[in-house]
Write a protein that binds this ligand. Structure first.
Ligand code: FAD
Ligand code: SF4
Length: 516
């Protein structure tokens, strides 16, 4: 007897970073007549050379979510990566599903990637199926809110957007003003560990693989053997329950010191006082509102100081919302930006971690092993080196999109192209984040174990960051001189005599050649 085809009224499309049954796509969902579509596809893991842990995290979280939906008696059409008929890309797989069993309409919560949104719109149009794209309620602000904020402003700055959101959502407010009298406690968020180091840092909650994750890891190892990453140490939250445990653990054990040590780095301490919650939030296992509320409650209950809580909330209610606004306002075209005209290739050691530059060894080593580095490592070590060297921004973007477990384009691209590479010419950041090795020396212990000297810009032991820093200022002096926030740095450059400048240029050039 032929298999009876059950036609779905609505097919709810759930992408790998939309794992929440409360999301807008499920509004009005009727398990009796609607169905859910999910697909693991090769293309999403290979359009950049994805880290094995990132692939495993996505697939494992998707499979756990599929099982949760099934336990709610939802009909889920789920295509695993190794299914014989898997079409290999989201577009092809969706088309195959629609042609086999056309639904009355498609529903999806706004995708995070411009590329995926365009593909869905194109596929639905081509196949003549109505597509309903719904607002993503995981964010405090909509893309239209950001447009309203940006309209008519010559320069966009986080601070004003952040304040608006604080007021609108009543976060850390005291009446009409900010709790504690100040909007921002950034000045208290720049501590270092000093010579003694961080001491005993509380170990973050870990989530060893269950049988679903183990199956996924075996699949990833078989299908993507040459991709970077070590799945043996996989310990990320893959369900909303896990993510709640990770949040509670952070609030109880690390939030109090988050603010002060937010920018500090220490060898062999990958997580320090950071939350490790980005991937859970980006996959929608954890609602950012839960995170912000939990942090504010810790302050109100007297369990965490205001500077730490404000500093943490600013990252989520501020930066996370802000970069999303920048992304959607700037696409398409943002990925091609290259305001500084940088065209060098990314050094090969970004994919191997093999270098004698100690700070890069630390940041790249943990990135390639764990799929994680904290903000300052991403901005002021790996990002800074690429900026100073003059690497093509798109190559930098592709590397970041590949190697971090939390990498999704709406958040990665503005951070990489805008904040760290200044490729957008100042939309995201008011000045290039350019610094010499002395910054790294101040914020970490890496230079102590390094054969180079952060104070030297020329000679055998010159720190590559310091050499390239001065060279960067020289190469872009005309542009930087127009930026009031770069006045001091340009002034310092002018103090160097011509011979010194010439030696730095020569050293920078031989460094660049040695890195080819
Ligand atoms: P914590 O330090 O504990 O911070 C708390 C939360 O604040 C994070 O989980 C994150 O959701 C949010 N947050 C902090 N900084 C930012 C920021 N600049 N932009 C947006 N949200 C922020 N974050 C990603 O989620 N995905 C990325 O692909 C990504 N790429 C980055 C690339 C570069 C070059 C830089 C400089 C930053 C990038 N970030 C990215 C932002 C930030 O580095 C990570 O969110 C953070 O390191 C994740 O670790 P955590 O959860 O322990 O964060
Ligand atoms: Fe990095 Fe330079 Fe310090 Fe070495 S001396 S760790 S290369 S900043």
């Amino acid at each position: 007897m032929a298999k009876k085809i059950i036609r779905a009224r609505n097919l709810v499309l759930v992408l790998g970073d939309q794992l929440d049954a409360e999301s807008s796509a499920f509004d009005g969902f009727d398990p009796a007549i609607d169905a859910v579509w999910m697909a693991e596809v090769r293309e999403e893991s290979t359009h950049v050379w994805s880290h094995k842990v990132r692939i495993a995290l996505f697939f494992s979280a998707m499979r756990h979510f599929r099982d949760r939906l099934k336990s709610l008696k939802y009909r889920v059409e789920y295509c695993t990566l190794d299914a014989a008929n898997n079409a290999g890309s989201l577009g092809a797989e969706l088309e195959r599903t629609i042609l086999a069993n056309p639904p009355a309409s498609l529903i999806v919560t706004e995708p995070g990637d411009y590329r995926v949104r365009e593909m869905l719109i194109g596929t639905a149009e081509r196949l003549g199926v109505p597509l309903d794209i719904r607002t993503d309620r995981h964010f405090y602000s909509t893309t239209a809110d950001f447009e309203r904020f940006a309209a008519g402003r010559k320069q966009l700055r986080l601070e004003y957007f952040y304040r608006e959101l604080r007021k609108k959502h009543g976060v850390l407010m005291d009446g009409d003003g900010p709790e504690g009298g100040d909007w921002n406690y950034d000045a208290e968020n720049r501590g270092t560990f000093g010579k003694a180091g961080p001491g005993l840092v509380p170990t973050p909650a870990a989530f060893p693989p269950d049988s679903i994750t183990r199956d996924v890891i075996a699949l990833v190892e078989a299908q993507f053997p040459d991709h970077p990453g070590n799945t043996a140490r996989f310990d990320w939250p893959v369900t909303s329950e896990d993510a709640e445990v990770a949040l509670a653990d952070f609030i109880e054990h690390r939030l109090t010191s988050f603010g002060e040590y937010q920018d500090a780095m220490w060898s062999a301490e990958p997580y320090l006082y950071h939350s490790r919650l980005s991937a859970a939030m980006n996959l929608k296992l954890l609602n950012p509102r839960r995170v912000v509320e939990a942090a504010e409650k810790a302050y109100r209950d007297g369990r965490a100081p205001l500077a730490a809580v404000e500093g943490f909330i600013r990252q989520i209610l501020g930066w996370r919302e802000y970069v999303r606004g920048i992304y959607w306002r700037s696409m398409p075209g943002y990925l091609e930006k290259n305001a500084l005209g940088a065209h060098r290739p990314l050094p090969k050691f970004y994919w191997t971690g093999v270098t004698d530059f100690r700070c890069l060894q630390d940041a790249l080593g943990q990135t390639l092993e764990l799929g994680y580095a904290h903000h300052i490592q991403r901005l002021m070590v790996t990002g800074l080196f690429a900026l100073l060297l003059g690497v093509e921004p798109k190559a930098v973007h592709e590397w970041y999109l590949a190697v971090y477990v939390d990498a999704v384009e709406w958040v990665e691209a503005p951070n990489v192209l805008g904040m760290s590479q200044y490729a957008d010419g100042g939309v995201m950041a008011s000045k290039p984040y350019a610094a010499s090795g002395k910054y790294i020396q101040r914020m970490s212990n890496a230079c102590k174990g390094c054969r180079y000297d952060p104070a030297k810009s020329t000679g055998d032991t010159a720190c590559p960051f310091t050499t390239l820093y001065w060279d960067f200022l020289m190469r872009h002096e005309t542009l930087l001189a127009k930026n009031p926030r770069m006045t001091m740095q340009v002034k310092n450059l002018k103090r160097l005599d011509d011979d010194t400048k010439q030696s730095i240029r020569a050293q920078a050039e031989s460094l660049r050649i040695s890195l080819l």
